[in-house]
Design a protein around this ligand. Sequence first.
Ligand code: COA
Length: 373
Amino acid sequence: MAKVLSGAGLRGQVAGKTALSTVGVSGSGLTYRGYDVKDLANNCDFEEVAFLILKGHLPNQDELQQYKAKLKTMRGLPLALKEVLERIPADAHPMDVLRTGTSMLGNLEMEKDFAQQHEVTDRMLACFPSIICYWYRYSHDGVRIDVETDNDSIGAHFLQLLHDKAPSELHERVMHVSLILYAEHEFNASTFTARVCASTLSDMHSCITGAIGSLRGPLHGGANEAAMEMIEKFTSADDAEEGMMGMLARKEKIMGFGHAIYSESDPRNEIIKAWSEKLATEVGDKVLYPVSVRCEEVMKREKGLFCNADFFHASAYNFMGIPTKLFTPIFVMSRLTGWAAHVMEQRADNRIIRPSADYTGEDLRPVTPITER
Ligand code: COA
């Protein structure tokens, strides 16, 4: 007889130690190495935060300049990787493209020794936008783009590869903020995947490839895409109200709302929402932003549920002309920093992660000979 599993989803259980971040404990609710995410989003570039997460302290001006310059030199893609990307069809999911791209990179530029962990991580940080945009532009526009740009930041590099022109200051800033907000989030599903893989003393590319697979699902990273698909169907705030009420009556799950750890609000929402509003003004939007705000109001009123980081990211990315299917890969471009830092932390004090399970199967029984079954 099936027993009831306790602690489903490991909710509320401490599964290890980290010095990287806190969720729902102090500051506005999310801290990276002791800094409030709000403070970081208001004052830093993404590369500063990546440096902080990966190397332990905020860089000074020289360190930041050198780090950005180093990343700039690592944007190119090996021919064999480009050939693989060219063979992936246009209707593939970009997360699968990134998963394959990371795995292929691991074959071509293997992490032979853990002493290379920072090097291989910086390489992925620099070239993930190249991987995703090379495939996207080749499969959708039929062009082989040059993936080496002179942009100062990862976010601007990504937008330039996508749109063939350097982004505005506003768009570059929004990319910094977005990448900062997504960079790290304690023991979420994809990070835990990376740590489990790291605990077997596997290589960095395997840990990151596994984490990409976990992030792909709509209950995790895929929520921003699902939120976009929902809001773009609504023609006005009133239409959104009616549509949402119907979805709630049918007990449908509404993507971009709720959170496994935060109980009252997601601190990242307020920040990205403000940037989404600025972008809405810039593009003269009269639909998507008001629709999003109404969805937020309805969910609060009807279910007491709040927007998580993903909900207003949907409209913000849309206003910057980013195709919906590339939303989750942007999350990867950022969260790679958190994943890699967790892998490094796990390696520094490792024991293989191997929990136990409550057995719910049959009692012990003998094998009946095949002729008698
Ligand atoms: N839409 C509708 N109802 C929701 C909801 C949502 N987005 N999120 C939670 N709920 C409801 C659940 O149905 C449940 O109601 P019930 O007790 O009547 O069954 C209750 O709120 C508790 O939710 P639960 O699913 O147990 O929370 P969880 O901690 O297991 O899951 C999430 C957290 C994030 C997976 C969940 O909120 C969700 O699926 N959200 C949508 C996906 C999403 O945006 N993911 C990105 C997370 S950053």
